[in-house]
Ligand binder design. Structure first.
Ligand code: VG1
Ligand code: CO
Length: 577
């Protein structure tokens, strides 16, 4: 093995955010940028001689992945890794990497993706490190990586042509060193078969009334979807939209929300004006496969509701969550701070503990390892469980299909009819009430302006008494306001200043935080929620109201209080989800 050590100098602006390092391709293409990040990581981790030296790598196949994956392989071998598992052509979804790390007992994984950010020569690329539990590296690990990357004078690689990662199989490019090129889907699909009741799922696809659409947004889940939905469940290929991974996602923003997954949303709302029949069920995943959006005919399921409904139903229809010896199969649940409190209500009804953590999947990992939770989610279309340590888009889709299959089986045993998504959501609202939810994103704001909005509102409102708030705001609708400072209940690690929470006298809540995944500039996120519970016996029409209308007064008051337009020049958000 011809190891070479080459000179380098650090790049200061290369600190990982909410989920790895995300920058534009031109930034990643700078000489030694990728190498520095990797060498910083290898230097800050225990030497491979102290552990098995097994690394998993792959990603969503976005532009620049082909270059980056070869650098990962060469540098990992040069730094002492003895065995690398890579997806064929470098393709592995984020949940699949987490699965492989756990199942193969790897030391960690390097995921090449910028998740739901657009791809292409001038769009985003990203690198993320996951530890041996399969979870995104916690903050202290990434801090150590950054510190090490800032001290570099050299990096290690191989003087070797690019490795063949097209051909599936195991080779020994050097004595004692293994390169294993694997089928991108196999391990993941096999694991889903352990978790879910595939016979129950097939029975749903066999019901004549059932129809289905899945949109991969040209991201990594396409091949997995073909295996699952077409091969396993026998649904027609025509049910799959945009299921070939493309390096630029066909120009799409591969984020499964109602704005960016427009093709799917249009299909699901067809027929409202008598112009066709909408499918019973529709779903989409993001670029790297860890996010999901769930839809029914004429029905969008908000991620916070989706999470709560999965928790309500999981034990009954998903073998992985079946309880044993009279004990619940769900150990506890968790949601991120900006995610509305739907989960809290279901958890209370089921006698489960519910934890609130900061935004970003890395915070769920410790709770799972300690056995405190096994289902969790975020408002940003992320849902998952302790089967892996990442959120898992297709897993969430399979949860929903299991719920629909089970409800249909109960309502129409042996028949062809199905229970609609809308009915499932409505019956849940009737039990628990509805949170009207919206998120406003203000993208591409100057960092200084974004900080002045956030710091300003914290200074004016946080920790103030009701009288002081009245003096600042000019009306008495705000009850209290605080900054979310988190302490991990297991490791006691502190993560201060994770967003400001503003509580209103009618029980509404607004959260504001600055995104940690922007590749340039800053994004301010505003999360709105308002709760409604209709008394038993009264008309439930109000549950069907448009969240935009219900939340409009709240939105207006926050726009004023935050001085958004004054400080950023923006009178409207870039995206509403
Ligand atoms: C966003 C979301 C957060 C999610 C993160 C990674 O972070 O708000 O909930 O965990 O993206 O998602 P931020 O800091 O920009 O708000 V993705 O699908 O990497 O994988
Ligand atoms: Co993602």
């Amino acid at each position: 093995m011809n190891v070479i050590e080459l000179p380098t100098t650090p790049y200061p602006d290369s600190k990982a955010g909410t989920s790895g390092l995300r920058k534009t391709v031109p930034i990643f293409s700078q000489e030694r940028f990728v190498e520095n990040w990797l060498q910083g990581l290898f230097n800050s981790q225990p030497a491979p001689s102290d552990h098995p030296g097994l690394l998993v790598t792959g990603g969503d196949g976005r532009f620049f992945s082909d270059v980056a994956v070869q650098r990962v392989i060469k540098m990992a071998f040069a730094n002492g890794f003895k065995h690398i598992i890579v997806g064929q052509n470098g393709i592995l979804s984020t949940p699949c990497v987490s699965t492989l790390i756990r199942k193969r007992k790897a030391d960690g994984g390097i995921i090449l993706t910028a998740s739901h950010n657009p791809g292409g020569p001038n769009a985003d690329f990203g690198m993320k490190y996951n530890i041996s539990t399969g979870a995104p590296a916690p903050e202290d690990v990434m801090e150590a990586q950054y510190v090490a990357s800032q001290k570099l004078t050299t990096y290690k690689s191989l003087d070797h042509p690019d490795f063949d990662i097209q051909t599936i199989g195991t080779t020994n490019p050097f004595p004692g060193v293994t390169l294993e090129v694997i089928d991108s889907c196999e391990a993941y699909i096999a694991y889903m078969k352990e978790i879910f009741d595939f016979d129950l799922l097939k029975s749903l696809f066999n019901r004549k009334e059932f129809s289905f659409v899945f949109d991969a947004l040209n991201g990594v889940t396409g091949p997995y979807a073909k295996q699952l939905f077409v091969k396993e469940f026998g649904c027609p290929e025509s049910s799959l939209l945009q299921c070939t991974p493309l390096p630029d996602f066909g120009g799409l923003h591969p984020d499964p929300n109602q704005t960016y997954a427009k093709t799917l949303v249009d299909k699901m709302f067809i027929g409202k004006k008598g112009d066709g029949t909408a499918p019973v069920f529709g779903a989409a995943c993001d670029g790297d496969g860890d996010r999901n959006m769930i839809l029914g005919a004429h029905c969008f399921v908000n991620p916070a509701d989706s999470l709560a409904i999965i928790v309500e139903n999981a034990e009954e229809c998903i073998p992985y969550f079946k309880g044993k010896d009279g004990k619940s199969g769900i150990t506890g649940v968790s949601r991120s701070c900006p995610t509305a409190g739907c989960l809290d209500l279901v958890a209370a009804a089921k006698g489960l503990k519910c934890f609130e953590v900061p935004t970003g999947w890395k915070f769920f990992g410790n709770l799972m390892d300690a056995g405190l939770i096994n289902i969790c989610g975020e408002e940003s279309f992320g849902t998952g469980s302790d089967h892996i340590r990442e959120k898992d888009g297709l897993w969430a889709v399979l949860c929903w299909l299991s719920i629909i299959a089970n409800e249909s089986k109960k309502a129409y045993p042996g028949g062809d009819k199905v229970v609609s998504v809308k009915d499932i959501v409505m019956s849940y609202w009737k039990r628990h009430g509805r949170f009207f939810i919206q998120r406003y994103d203000y993208d591409g704001i100057e960092k200084a302006a974004a900080n002045s909005v956030y710091d300003g509102i914290v200074q004016r409102l946080a920790g103030k008494t009701k009288e002081e708030l009245l003096a600042v705001v000019g009306n008495d609708s705000i009850a209290s306001c605080d900054v979310f400072n988190y302490e991990d209940p297991v490791t006691k690690a502190k993560s201060p200043n994770q967003g400001i929470r503003i509580y209103f006298t009618d029980g509404s809540r607004v959260v504001m935080r600055i995104s940690g995944t922007s590749s340039s500039g800053a994004t301010i996120r505003l999360y709105f929620e308002k709760y409604l519970k209709i008394a038993d016996g009264d008309s439930v029409d109000k549950y069907d109201e448009d969240p935009a209308l219900v939340l409009a007064p709240l939105v207006e008051s926050i726009k004023k209080i935050s001085k958004m337009q004054e400080l950023t020049g923006r009178d409207a958000p870039s995206v509403i989800t």
